[in-house]
Design a protein around this ligand. Structure first.
Ligand code: URA
Length: 162
């Protein structure tokens, strides 16, 4: 699983690691609920690799400048699924201006390898709007199911294809 967020905040910038502040702690807890953690089966990255001044949203051209790095990460990791968290990550990954509400709940694909993409809320938003956590939980359950379905495909050795 590859989780893709927006860009480093202050704490991330200081430590050189994505999602290590309060939002990152919530993200870790959400991932743990579906049996995922960074040490074993999940990588976390951002669409931009540097912190935009004053925490503003990264500009589309800043995302494009960082895209070769994200694409190299995806190429190296070969994730089975990308979970895009938040509007900025989702819109820039999917090259659309559709609102998050319309991007959630349906499958998308990214890049030449057509990696499946699922869209959910940003954990920083969930900290501000805890009532939305129920919907985020629906998204996570779907991510879990999609990854399990991939596990059970014939090429992974259920006997059908070998
Ligand atoms: N928010 C993000 O989108 N990415 C981080 O790494 C931290 C906070």
């Amino acid at each position: 699983l590859l989780v893709v967020g927006e860009g480093p905040g202050a704490e991330e910038d200081r430590r050189g690691e994505p999602f290590v502040g309060r939002a990152g702690q919530l993200l870790d807890a959400m991932l743990a609920a579906i049996g995922h953690d960074r040490a074993r089966n999940t990588y976390i990255a951002n669409v931009v690799k540097c912190r935009p001044p004053n925490n503003r949203d990264p500009l589309p051209e800043e995302v494009e400048a960082c895209r070769p790095f994200l694409d190299a990460q995806i190429e190296a990791l070969q994730p089975r699924l990308i979970l895009a968290v938040g509007r900025v990550a989702a819109q820039r990954l999917l090259n659309t201006d559709e609102p998050l509400s319309r991007l959630r709940g349906r499958s998308h694909h990214y890049g030449p390898a057509a990696v499946p993409v699922w869209v959910s809320y940003h954990p920083a938003y969930l900290l501000r709007a805890p009532r939305e956590k129920a919907k985020a939980w629906e998204d996570l359950k779907r991510v879990h199911a999609l990854l399990n379905a991939a596990d059970q495909s014939p090429k992974d050795g259920d006997g059908a294809g070998d």
